[in-house]
Design a protein around this ligand. Structure first.
Ligand code: IVH
Length: 661
């Protein structure tokens, strides 16, 4: 009875969502939809054992993952070779005609997202994966279930793999970016990056908020369903409940028809609700495809024609020089904002003096802007015919724009030699808040720079006093109360970070995120680490000479000690917090020694595992050693263990004991 009602509700809701999202033609009101949804949710809560895989309630996202599981594609997920102009289209057609006398082609807009593979069993979505390297991808099932245009159940109870593009519509992209800017986060560069970033979220609840879509375009095993052409595959996909590009997909049987239709799609590009970057050309007949086959890399039966990079005119307003972490000076073009290939751009790097002189670029010029390599904006050239009046030629600066120190030239670049240049402080502050460091959300690079220039933050300790300026901050352009509250909450939250984040955030030379973790795990708190000698440090696995020296130097510098004391005053956690710790009988309170090469784990990982189970790892064997874990080609520690009668575990025995926990 209850099960039947749940089945019915799932059917109604999935159908309603198909009509709304795929067909863009709703048949029930929002209120009705909500009522059915709430009824289903209540039943699933009461009878969790009856909850179905294809339930629409799965679309809100599930528990966050630690990492994505790797999956191997049954058939590799290939892509086509790219071509860029009409001649190349013509020679592709000629190549095909050598094998297939009268080919028919399908022409499909080349969606600008990332490809995904969906596997259905008996009509129910059971797995979704990214393309990855084509052979292995990542399991993103939970995330893909949140995509409204992905059917959770097909109209037929068949087993099938479907491939297509996961993408973000232009509308959702603009909205997502407005939101990000309001929160002080860096905007996505384009819809493709937005889609890729969203679908690779470990927390599917975040993906659910990002409003992605899925356009189906390929069935790897079409013969299993009696399909004879790609056009039939596309119709079949539509029949199964997928969104297909049915208004734009078309066919052509001559080169002139093909070029005309490709131009047609190109003309529509701007007015489409999603980003496309070309036209995919496929031989329609699947038997013909088989005849044409594959090269070692790509199918011979298709090709991807990419539209020429869009070139947009704008006015160069300013050349701004910036100073990087190493002191390197870069000229940047600041121009009136323009839309280029789907994203709004207003600046581009001009690399160095030679580049500017070569292009003879001058403030006030009309310049041609385009995307290099699809993502990064560049100034293609100057429109000299539009330079109607005399403009002052480009001149490299001689002094640092931040501290006025005389610049020094090394090869093609100029550097500020001042170690205390404020630009470097800004870079350090940006690093301090960054994701792998203290992970303080809401600080884009510009905000850190503005706050620095306004005098709110000079050192990392000042982040923790920003609440003093709450009223002033709220008056800044682009900041509302909501974003300030979020920012302050994120700062407060960062105080609880485990020690390794702080160690990385401090910007100690040669201490990356991984080294920071090793140091944190070994020393447990910052006071222990501050007292560590060079010898002690360099004895730790994976800590070499250079790091050991750099760490001891860092903690001998008065300014650094001062900073750490200030951070302590602000109650920043300086202890190592291990969330994976759970003691086990086999390991807790015991000391282990590792020797030889382990095949399935690195030493680093094995040490973490042992410590997480309550054990200790020591570098030398003594009568106090509980067991020696021996890999391939063990050294003298092994013989010593034998002579002292210490238990020996091989890798398998070790992993077995670990897995028994
Ligand atoms: S067919 C064997 N059809 O563009 C190739 N791909 O090189 C199977 N793409 O990586 C893919 N729209 O991510 C195909 N209508 C479409 C497409 C499309 C976009 C992407 C896909 C692939 C690349 C083609």
């Amino acid at each position: 009875m209850i099960e039947a009602r749940m089945d019915e509700l799932i059917k109604i809701i999935n159908q309603a969502s198909y009509e709304y999202y795929v067909l863009d033609n709703p048949t029930i009101t929002d209120q009705e939809y909500d009522d059915y949804y709430m009824e289903l949710l209540a039943l699933e809560k009461k009878y969790p054992e009856l909850k179905r895989e294809d339930s629409p309630t799965n679309r809100v996202g599930g528990n966050a993952l630690d990492k994505f599981e790797k999956v191997t594609h049954e058939k590799p997920m290939l892509s086509f070779d790219d071509i860029f102009n009409e001649e190349e289209i013509i020679s592709f057609d000629e190549r095909i005609r050598k094998v297939i006398p009268n080919p028919v082609y399908t022409l499909e807009p080349k969606m600008d997202g990332l490809s995904g593979s969906l596997i259905y069993e008996k009509g129910v979505l059971v797995r979704a994966a990214t393309r990855g390297d084509g052979v292995t991808g990542e399991n993103i099932t939970l995330n893909v279930k949140t995509i409204k245009t992905v059917p959770l159940r097909l109209t037929k109870d068949i087993d099938i793999e479907v491939r297509g593009e996961i993408y973000m519509s232009k509308d959702s992209f603009e909205k997502a970016n407005l939101e990000r800017e309001a929160l002080g986060e860096a905007p996505f560069a384009n819809p493709r990056n937005a889609a890729a970033g969203s679908v690779r979220q470990l927390d599917s609840k975040i993906t659910a908020k990002r409003k992605l879509d899925f356009m189906a375009y390929f069935i790897p095993n079409p013969e299993d369903y009696g399909l004879k052409t790609q056009s039939e595959s596309l119709l079949f996909l539509k029949e199964l409940g997928f969104l297909t590009n049915d208004k734009l997909n078309t066919t052509a049987s001559s080169i002139s028809e093909m070029i005309k239709k490709i131009n047609n799609i190109h003309e529509k590009r701007k007015s489409l609700p999603f980003a496309i970057d070309g036209v995919v050309i496929k031989v329609d007949n699947l038997k013909d495809e088989e005849k044409l086959g594959y090269t070692t890399r790509v199918p011979r039966w298709g090709i991807a024609y990419k539209f020429p990079a869009e070139e947009v005119l704008t006015t160069l307003k300013e050349i701004k020089f910036t100073v990087g972490r190493t002191g390197k000076i870069t000229p940047n073009a600041l121009f009136s904002p323009v839309h280029v290939d789907g994203s709004l751009v207003s600046k581009a790097t001009l690399h160095n003096e030679d580049y500017c002189l070569e292009k003879d670029i001058r403030v006030g010029d009309i310049i041609v802007v385009r995307k290099a390599g699809d993502v990064i904006p560049e100034v293609a050239r100057v429109k000299f015919e539009r330079r109607t009046k005399e403009l002052p030629p480009f001149k490299m600066i001689t002094n640092c724009p931040m501290c006025n120190t005389l610049l020094v030239k090394k090869d093609a670049n100029y550097f500020c030699p001042n170690d205390h240049c404020p630009a470097r402080h800004i870079e350090n502050l940006i690093h301090y808040v960054s994701r792998d460091a203290m992970n303080i959300e809401g600080f884009g690079d510009n905000i850190v720079e503005d706050f620095y220039n306004m005098g709110y933050i000079k050192t990392p300790a000042d982040f923790y006093h920003l609440d003093k300026y709450k009223d002033e901050l709220m008056n800044l352009e682009g900041f509302g109360e909501r974003s300030i509250i979020k920012l302050l909450a994120s700062i407060e939250n960062s105080k609880k970070n485990s020690l390794e984040r702080l160690l990385f955030a401090l910007g100690i030379r040669h201490v990356g995120a991984k080294t920071a973790k090793i140091l944190a795990r070994n020393y447990k708190n910052i006071d222990n680490l501050m007292q560590a000698t060079y010898e002690e440090l360099s004895n730790i696995n994976d800590i070499g000479d250079i790091i050991a020296k750099s760490v001891t130097n860092y903690f001998h510098d008065k300014n650094n000690l001062n900073l750490i004391n200030k951070l302590k005053d602000n109650k920043i956690n300086m202890e190592y917090i291990n969330n994976n710790y759970h003691e086990s009988e086999e390991f807790a309170g015991k000391t282990f020694v590792l020797t030889g090469t382990l095949l399935n784990t690195t030493r680093e990982e094995a040490t973490t595992i042992i410590e997480n189970l309550g054990g200790k790892v020591s570098g030398s064997v003594s009568s106090k050693t509980s067991a020696v874990i021996v890999g391939e080609n063990p050294g003298s520690k092994y013989t010593k263990a034998l002579s002292l009668n210490i238990p020996i575990w091989n890798e398998e025995a070790f992993l077995q004991k670990v897995n028994n926990e």
